[in-house]
Write a protein that binds this ligand. Structure first.
Ligand SMILES: [Zn+2]
Length: 94
């Protein structure tokens, strides 16, 4: 029973049903049901969940074509999409 890891909305009572947004270095969780701020949650380093780099962190990937494939073909979550887009910009912007 790890109560700390549960994200529970105090307003509507939904459990682990939230979206996140980065605010001044903190990842804040907001309720999907009522859009209320719930709490700060630990920032999870975005990783690939599919393909040949599955399990590796996005920010350390050097394979530009894979990054583009991932972005186009897998419809990633917002946090992963942002990480991939940032990484592509980094690799292309040298
Ligand atoms: Zn709620």
């Amino acid at each position: 029973m790890d109560k700390l890891s549960d994200v529970i909305c105090k307003k509507c009572g939904s459990v682990n049903d939230y979206w996140t947004e980065m605010k001044s270095g903190q990842q804040c969780a907001y309720c999907n049901g009522c859009d209320s701020y719930i709490k700060n949650v630990p920032y999870q380093i975005p990783k690939f969940y599919i393909g040949k780099y599955k399990g590796e962190t996005i920010s350390s990937c050097k394979d530009l074509s894979y990054l583009k494939w991932f972005l186009e073909k897998t419809n990633p979550k917002a946090s992963q999409k942002t990480a991939v887009e940032n990484r592509i910009a980094e690799l292309e912007g040298r």
